[in-house]
Design a protein around this ligand. Structure first.
Ligand code: DX5
Ligand code: ZN
Length: 215
C-alpha cells in the first residue's frame, strides 16, 4: 500500500489543531508541509512557527517540502522545528550535493524535488545520496491544480532507474492526486501519494485517505 501524505496547504488554518487530530486518527502516514518563499515560487505559504506547532500534535513523519531559494540558510531551523524529511528543489540549488550533505548531517532524511520540466536523468548522480524524490506533477506554488499526465512516464523512468541501480529511495508524487488517478500513479511505481485538496476539501477526509491507501 502507498504511503499517504496529506498536504496541509489545503487544510483549514483556522482549525489547524482539529485538522492535525483528524490526520492523526486517519490511516495517513506522513504530514506533508509546504514552505514557499515568494521567490522560487510565486506564492507564500507558512513557515517555521507553524511547523513547530504542528509537530507538537503528532508522532507521524513530518515531510517538509521547501520551495525556497538558499535552503541552506534554514535547514537547521527546520530540523529544530521538527522536520524528519527535508526536501529541496533541484532547480533552486546550484550546490545540491552540499545541501543534501547538510540536511543529513543535521539528522534528517534528504529529499530532492523536481519540477515538471526537469528530466529524470538530472537525478542520476544524486540518487545514491538521498532518501526521497518528490516528482512534482503540477508546477509548484499552488494547491488544487490538475495532474500533468506526462508525470506517469517520468514515474516509470525513475522507478526503472531506482530498481536497476538498487537505490533505497522513495518516489513521492505531489500535485493533482485524486481518488481517480491514484491507482495509475502507484501502478507506475510511486511509493508516496501527497494529496491536499483531495483530502482536506472532501466531505469525509478519513474515508478519502482510506480510499487513497487502497487505490
Ligand atoms: C504544491 C505543493 C503541493 C500541494 C498539492 O506546490 O507542493 O504539496 O499542496 O496540492 P493538491 O493536492 O491540492 O494538488
Ligand atoms: Zn508539496
Amino acid at each position: 500500500m502507498p504511503i499517504i501524505a496529506p498536504s496541509f496547504l489545503a487544510s483549514d488554518f483556522l482549525h489547524l489543531a482539529d485538522e492535525c487530530e483528524m490526520i492523526n486518527k486517519s490511516e495517513a502516514d506522513w504530514f506533508h508541509l509546504d514552505v514557499m518563499d515568494g521567490r522560487f515560487v510565486p506564492n507564500i505559504s507558512f513557515g517555521l512557527p507553524v511547523i513547530e506547532q504542528i509537530r507538537k500534535t503528532t508522532t507521524k513523519v513530518c515531510d517538509v517540502h521547501l520551495m525556497i531559494v538558499e535552503p541552506e540558510k534554514y535547514a537547521e531551523a527546520f530540523k529544530n522545528a521538527g522536520a524528519d524529511i527535508l526536501t529541496v528543489h533541484i532547480e533552486a540549488c546550484p550546490h545540491l550535493h552540499r545541501n543534501i550533505e547538510q540536511i543529513k548531517s543535521l539528522g534528517m532524511k534528504a529529499g530532492v524535488a523536481v519540477n515538471p520540466h526537469t528530466p529524470i536523468t538530472f537525478l542520476v548522480d544524486i540518487l545514491h545520496d538521498i532518501q526521497v524524490v518528490n516528482l512534482m506533477s503540477v508546477n509548484p506554488g499552488f494547491g488544487g491544480q490538475t495532474f500533468i499526465p506526462h508525470t506517469i512516464e517520468k514515474i516509470k523512468q525513475l522507478r526503472k532507474l531506482i530498481d536497476e541501480r538498487g537505490f533505497d529511495v522513495l518516489i513521492e508524487i505531489d500535485g493533482g492526486v485524486t481518488i481517480e488517478n491514484a491507482a495509475v500513479i502507484t501502478g507506475a511505481g510511486a511509493d508516496v501519494l501527497i494529496a491536499g485538496s483531495t483530502i482536506f476539501k472532501s466531505a469525509d477526509p478519513i474515508n478519502t485517505i482510506a480510499r487513497l491507501k487502497r487505490a
